[in-house]
Design a protein around this ligand. Structure first.
Ligand SMILES: [Zn+2]
Length: 100
């Protein structure tokens, strides 16, 4: 398991969440990347059915709650039940950073 990050930085001006991990890696997440990776029950059901969720360009990250084992992210479109465990965020960050 990935330990809790060294540092969390919500860069509102850049609309990014920046996570510095214990191993020295740093991930920059755009709001929309995080929102697309939401794992709340509704979003997971959509993903399973292959439904695409449209995300507004002006989506905001209203709030983040550090739950100890991960983050709860509250978005301006009303999605507030997505829990993002550290391991999930770490893998997501690596995935997004990998050029395809
Ligand atoms: Zn969701």
């Amino acid at each position: 398991m990935i330990p809790a990050p060294r540092k969390l930085h919500h860069a509102r001006q850049r609309q990014q969440l920046i996570i510095s991990w214990q191993n020295g890696q740093e991930h920059h997440f755009n709001y929309r990347e995080l929102r697309a990776a939401c794992r709340c029950a509704t979003c997971r059901a959509n993903q399973v059915r292959g439904h695409l969720v449209l995300i507004n360009a002006d989506l905001q990250l209203e709030k983040l709650n550090n739950l100890g084992q991960g983050l709860q992210l509250i978005f301006s479109d009303g999605h507030e039940r997505g829990i993002y465990p550290w391991q999930y965020l770490f893998e997501l960050g690596n995935h997004l950073a990998t050029p395809v």
